[in-house]
Design a protein around this ligand. Structure first.
Ligand SMILES: *Cc1c(COP(=O)(O)O)cnc(C)c1O
Length: 436
């Protein structure tokens, strides 16, 4: 099953690694690998899945949990709203505590609702209120496009030209990732012109984990609001949103949170804002107090919690996968998970570096910072060859699933819940063979 030919392998795969540090793979459906007959990887029955940063794999427990709710609907109709172990009208409350533990928040600071880009807008509706000199949004230039569109449209929504009011920070010439000091210096330079600082906590392209406490503090120093997009951070790196004083954050649940394509997203609002029920917001009936909601009063009466940002009653069949997923994160614990993540990613990096050493200079290069506090599980790798051809070959012939990001990056995310050391070995070995 594993290469032992000295000429072929990066190094022989050490089968003790996975038995000594097994992860929680059996809790997930791992897609099968149906390779071409003459493919060297054909002996593998499962793919080596590195795309959990794009779409996490399905937990085995998800289907039965969703079926339970479907059954309840079939058997109870509207009564399911009020009765049973988890009545639908209160369903979101079951997700509050585990979501808070995941991002380092107090329970009343988090809510699961909507989708990520929608939450960015919903939170910006409250927290971006340009006034006088204070009009600017500061963000990264290498950004997931949705966030770029969202922030530009927020400026326009307020009648401001994004070219002038959205400041996008680029890494230094010849560098791939932003330096914390440069970000902080720019925020200080802009001073009281900054309304909102909003960055991706872990960059989707480079895998860089920003220094969240330092950048949050720098934003506050100039009187700005600081929000974080946790799309690639939630379930990937340890977070302490409350203690860091973050004003707001939003994340999706289909990447590291394994809750299915287009899954419901999360939002965090620090209690110092949540307590202020007079804040402007886009309101709906699910944001009013639960004890008076069904009186159907005309007065909007929000609780002093993140729940107040909810607009609609939540889609239960989409809440269930998030609930199942968060239960597993609770069971494992972020600290345990992160420890395995660091071991797994360090192993992949070592193997890739060994492969790089045997390849022509520049053929392959790791872009993601090496320091533990500067990355999550993802390694972004730059190639000189056509990344689309390479990724297709890895997928079809080697069963290694990793996604491309133009112009020259392939992202490999060994996910600590279900990825293995063998997966990492397969990726490095396949790359070395395909690039030789
Ligand atoms: C994945 C991702 C998105 C996706 O947005 P949706 O609203 O969930 O479709 C947005 N922003 C970032 C930074 C992402 O990584």
């Amino acid at each position: 099953m594993v290469g032992t030919d000295e000429n072929l392998s990066v190094r022989d795969y050490d089968t003790t690694l996975d038995s000594a540090d097994p992860g929680w793979r059996e809790r997930f459906h791992i897609p099968p690998f149906v390779g071409a007959p003459d493919a060297p990887g054909v002996a593998y029955r499962e793919v080596a899945y590195f795309a959990g940063n794009s779409l996490g794999l399905q937990p085995v427990a998800t289907r039965a949990a969703v079926d339970t709710e479907l059954d309840r609907w079939a058997e109870m109709g509207v009564e399911g709203q009020l009765t049973g172990p988890r009545p639908w009208k209160d369903y979101h409350e079951a997700l509050r505590d585990p979501a808070a533990r995941l991002v380092g928040a107090l329970p009343h600071e988090t809510v699961i609702m909507n989708s990520l880009t929608v939450n960015l807008h919903v939170l910006m509706a409250t927290f971006y209120r340009p006034e006088g000199r204070r009009t600017k949004i500061v963000m990264e230039d290498i950004v997931f496009p949705s966030d770029g569109y969202a922030m530009a449209s927020q400026a326009r929504w307020h009648g401001l030209d994004p070219a002038e009011h959205v400041i996008r920070l680029r890494p230094r010439e010849g560098e791939d990732v932003l330096r914390t000091d440069d970000v902080i210096a720019r925020i200080r330079e802009l001073g009281d012109e900054v309304a909102v600082v909003v960055f991706s906590a872990v960059n989707y392209l480079t895998g860089e984990w920003m220094d969240m406490p330092a950048i949050t503090a720098a934003g506050h120093e100039v009187g700005a609001i600081v929000g974080w997009d946790l799309a690639h951070a939630a379930g990937n790196v340890p977070l302490r949103l409350h203690d860091w004083g973050v004003d707001w954050a939003a994340w999706c649940s289909y990447k590291y949170l394994n809750s299915g394509p287009g899954a419901l997203a999360g939002a965090f609002i620090h209690e110092r804002h949540a307590r202020d029920t007079s804040l402007p917001r886009l309101a709906g009936w699910w944001g009013t107090r639960t004890d008076t909601r069904f009186r159907m009063d005309s007065d909007f009466d929000p609780p002093a919690t993140a729940d107040a940002w909810q607009m609609s009653n939540p889609p239960i069949f989409s809440m269930t996968p998030v609930q199942v997923s968060l239960e597993l994160f609770d069971e494992v614990g972020m600290d345990t998970l992160r420890a395995r993540s660091l071991r797994l990613t360090a192993y992949l990096r070592t193997l890739l570096e060994e492969a790089i050493a045997r390849l022509p200079v520049g053929a392959m290069e790791i872009v993601t910072p090496v320091e533990d506090d500067r990355h999550g599980c993802q390694l972004s790798v730059r190639f000189r060859t056509d990344i689309h051809v390479l990724a297709d070959t890895l997928r079809d012939l080697d069963g290694v699933i990793a996604d491309t990001r133009n112009p020259d990056i392939i992202r490999f995310a060994p996910v600590p819940l279900y990825s293995t050391y063998l997966d990492c070995w397969r990726a490095a070995d396949a790359l070395r063979r395909r690039l030789a």
